[in-house]
Design a protein around this ligand. Structure first.
Ligand code: FAD
Length: 317
């Protein structure tokens, strides 16, 4: 079922989760072990992130280096199919521009549709590990909106191959990303908002936000979106803090602020187990306030921390 249909049928705030494919070498059971404790909360859908290939330089016998492409976390499409089959829950694959040509994208969309997947979250992706700026493939998309338009085209039966007439129409419900604290490459909030509005005007049916630790940033973002004519549901993305290291890693990686009140509490902690308690309580309070404000869904980035999410969701349901 489409995410938008879940929202339409909802009697209150829904819950959804986001997972990463396991590292290559691990089995699908690592996903089930991760999700099993969370399934009692009846998530409306489960997102599966996409991780592009990286290039590494491998030393050869003659001491020269060989550039090798490796994918540490393959399997997004397969995991989505497995989740739907195993749990009978809708899976939402993330699809990115990075690393894909437009033809590969079309084939990936067809595969997803054949598997009975009704939703996609379309994203640009970040720069590859060894690049400073995002570089599209020579025949790939530069921005998420271009990937979105290709998906909308397929929903209208328009294929890259012009000779395909009367091809079947996919019927994907398409989500996009939004940034309460602005996308880090954007010159300012207004410009970022213009591009977000363009994605919605081009057919995005809902927005999932980057994580934030201060609810006011989400409320201001929603208000700003509404004032700019963006009227689709805006799903808050929520992540628990569970280690002292994250005080620096999260701002550096995701370009988000940690509120002083939270960082002060974390800095008082002696161990990561103490941080986990602080992080759990913070996320619980964030969730309670957001639920009270009537957000459509609480979308949790579970990323290896299902126990915290379990404790939080149990406390708020
Ligand atoms: P875009 O919407 O293309 O925006 C990128 C930048 O370009 C922004 O600064 C925007 O303002 C600007 N821009 C947009 N359109 C134009 C235009 N036409 N002209 C000029 N500038 C423009 N990454 C992954 O690799 N895999 C994942 O699974 C993944 N999941 C994510 C899930 C969520 C909910 C979020 C919030 C992010 C996720 N990301 C993921 C990270 C995401 O790929 C990065 O944040 C990326 O840098 C931007 O993606 P986007 O889709 O927002 O890009």
């Amino acid at each position: 079922m489409k995410v938008t249909e879940h929202l339409r049928q909802a009697k209150g705030t829904l819950v959804s989760f986001e997972i990463l494919p396991p590292l290559k070498g691990k089995t699908i059971n690592s996903i089930y072990d991760h999700l099993d404790p969370l399934m009692e909360f009846k998530p409306s859908f489960i997102n599966v992130t996409y991780h592009r290939a990286e290039h590494i330089f491998k030393k050869k016998a003659d001491s020269s280096f060989e550039k090798v492409e490796i994918r540490k976390r393959p399997g997004t499409v397969g995991i989505c199919a497995a989740i739907m089959n195993h749990y009978k829950v809708d899976a939402v694959p993330h699809l990115i521009c990075g690393g894909f040509t437009v033809r590969e994208t079309e084939d990936a969309l067809i595969d997803l549709y054949f598997l009975g997947i009704d939703n996609v979250l379309v994203l640009r992706g970040d720069a590859a590990k060894n690049e400073t700026f995002f570089e599209p493939e020579p025949e790939g998309h530069k921005y998420a909106i271009d990937l979105l338009k290709q998906t909308v085209n397929l929903n209208n039966g328009i294929y890259l191959e012009e000779s395909i007439r009367n091809g079947f129409r996919t019927d994907f419900c398409i989500g996009v990303a939004g940034y309460p604290e602005k996308h880090f490459e954007s010159p300012n909030t207004s410009t970022d908002m213009l591009y977000l509005k363009a994605k919605v005007d081009a057919g995005a049916e809902y927005i999932v936000t980057q994580m934030f630790f201060d609810n006011q940033k989400y409320f201001d973002f929603v208000k700003n979106c509404r004032e700019n004519g963006i009227d689709v549901p805006i799903i808050p993305g929520l992540k628990p803090i569970s280690s002292i290291k994250q005080l620096n890693v999260l701002p550096r990686t995701f370009h988000v602020d940690i509120p002083t009140e939270l960082s002060t509490e974390i800095l008082k902690c002696k161990t990561d187990a103490d941080v986990e308690l602080v992080g759990t309580e913070w996320l619980k309070q964030q969730s309670i306030e957001l639920k009270k404000a009537g957000v459509p869904v609480l979308h949790y980035y579970t990323l290896g921390r299902p126990k915290i999410i379990e404790n939080v969701v149990r406390a708020i349901l």
